[in-house]
Design a protein around this ligand. Structure first.
Ligand code: BG6
Length: 493
């Protein structure tokens, strides 16, 4: 692999940072998410309940362990660290005129530490996170007011951290709402706890405890789509600002890419798969790379009686704010059928149908490295823009031996095969800037709120009952990835 390939690891503040009520941070939407399981999902509570467990409150306690964590990543030889910033640490309610200096100082210290080890930060400005005050007052991203509040916050990040950070991502997986409204995931157990919450609770800050704020007659999907539009406008505004600043910033988008294979070679299954991919995956990336909504998406929304409200200059704003690079998360693939009965009664995996050719883990995640090669190829051939794989990984129940070792050969195997896929794509001429292994240090699962669904190459002593001292420990995969990075991807054994 090329000298400057970004061998990376990824995290997100809500799932990793902790320090929920320290350093002047305000309450975030995620602070009200309880723990859960694959079967039950998570709950949102309107207030903090004293006897409830909120895994994001302390998460992996990066807030107090960042020096140790970054040292470990530095020793590993990591080239790039993807992390996100907590909005309510910078603007506690989202509406202050001046940022919270303690929050600024915290992130500045993190970036200085990364610089010490020559680790390039890749910073997500918003990863499923919003000050809770904005959820209450504006109904999250449904409120247009939130656009400029976010742009103020994001501009502060560029100004304050711009000496350290050049690579930015606006919104994590901005297309998530369409998985549920235009896609197939309606019956996904990961959305248990209510389709009424779905992924919105995380990505759009729309909390249904305050229905009085929602104009009557506005459907769930309408709200979702309008909130999505506001994120697209906010992202485009920010990109224009960042480019005008002329400080060498590169801004990317981030799409959740879950390819769906057609169940059979019947033309109707083929069409269904293509349609899903166009609407759920590509439409969002189209908007951010081409600066306009694809007609097919507007048409599909209209078919569902969903109409986006555009203000006068929205179309121009989108045109002026196109991304410099593309990122996507890739975990798994699933299967789709045009036969609705099949979809309803067939064996499920991650919202779609199970694939008999693929193995799955305890959370129904399929193992499909070829799927990553497919994603890279399709994305690049469509947009011809550089790509960073901003998330790839899998959760497992790690077992610690008596001597403290953790032999996670399954993780090594997973990453090895996915790196092979990346190499194959690069050999095909695809411009891949980097690979971020997701949850490189153990973090809380976003969908289930569990800690036992571990992704990390570094173990964190923490469990689902809130026990553990947060001490860190290298798993076998740590040394393996270190070797891979040192050999520039040559030594994958
Ligand atoms: C991605 C999200 O969709 O999937 C991450 O961007 C999340 O935040 C990751 O953690 C893995 O999903 P989970 O539910 O296992 O944490």
């Amino acid at each position: 692999m090329k000298e400057d390939f970004l061998w990376g690891g990824a995290t997100a503040a809500n799932q990793f940072e902790g320090g929920w009520n320290e350093g002047g941070k305000g309450l975030s939407g995620g602070d009200l998410l309880t723990g859960g399981t694959y079967q039950t999902g998570r709950r949102i509570t309107p207030n903090i309940e004293p006897d409830e467990f909120y895994p994001y409150h302390l998460a992996s306690d990066f807030y107090h362990h960042y020096k140790e964590d970054i040292r470990l990543l530095g020793e590993m030889g990591l080239k790039c660290f993807r992390m996100s910033i907590t909005w309510s640490r910078i603007y506690p309610t989202g509406e202050e005129d001046k940022p919270n200096q303690d929050g600024i100082e915290f992130y500045r210290s993190v970036f200085k530490e990364l610089k010490k080890y020559n680790i390039e930060p890749l910073v997500t400005i918003t990863h499923f996170d919003i000050p809770f005050a904005l959820c209450k007052k504006y109904h999250g991203w449904y409120g247009r007011e939130v656009i400029d509040l976010w742009v103020k916050y994001a501009r502060t990040c560029l100004e304050e951290f711009g000496n350290y950070v050049k690579l930015w991502i606006t919104f994590n997986e901005a297309n998530t709402p369409f998985n549920t409204s235009l896609g197939v995931r309606k019956n996904d157990p990961l959305l248990a706890g209510g389709e009424q919450y779905g992924d919105l609770r995380m990505s759009q800050g729309i909390y249904y405890e305050y229905p009085e704020d929602i104009p009557k007659g506005v459907s769930v999907d309408q709200r979702r789509t309008q909130a999505f539009h506001h994120q697209m406008i906010a992202a485009a505004k920010l990109i224009k600002i960042a480019h005008d600043m002329n400080r060498g910033f590169k801004i990317g988008c981030m799409t959740s890419y879950i390819p769906l294979y057609p169940e059979t070679c019947s033309p109707s299954d083929q069409w269904r798969a293509l349609q899903h991919e166009e609407l759920v995956t590509y439409a969002t990336t189209d908007i951010q790379t081409r600066g306009a909504y694809p007609k097919m998406m507007l048409r599909a929304l209209a078919d569902k009686d969903i109409y986006i409200h555009f203000e006068n200059d929205d179309e121009d704003i989108l045109k002026q704010g196109k991304v410099d690079f593309i990122t996507f998360s890739y975990y798994l693939t699933s299967v789709i059928s045009a036969n609705e009965e099949h979809m309803a009664t067939g064996k499920k995996a991650h919202g779609g149908l199970a694939n008999p050719y693929l193995q799955t883990n305890d959370w129904g995640m399929s193992f499909d490295p070829t799927g990553l090669r497919i994603c890279l190829t399709k994305m690049y051939q469509r947009y011809q823009l550089p790509i960073i794989i901003s998330e790839n990984g899998c959760g497992w129940l790690d077992k610690m031996n008596e001597d403290g070792s953790i032999h996670d050969e399954y993780r090594i195997n997973y990453v090895r095969e996915h790196i092979h896929a990346v190499q194959a794509a690069i050999n095909d001429g695809i411009d891949v800037w980097g690979y971020m292994y997701w949850g490189i240090i153990d973090i809380v699962s976003a969908s289930t709120g569990e800690y036992r669904k571990r992704y990390g190459m570094i173990y964190v002593n923490r469990d689902d009952n809130g026990k553990g001292d947060f001490s860190r420990r290298k798993k076998d995969s740590y040394d393996w990835y270190k070797k891979v990075i040192a050999s520039k991807g040559e030594d994958l054994d």
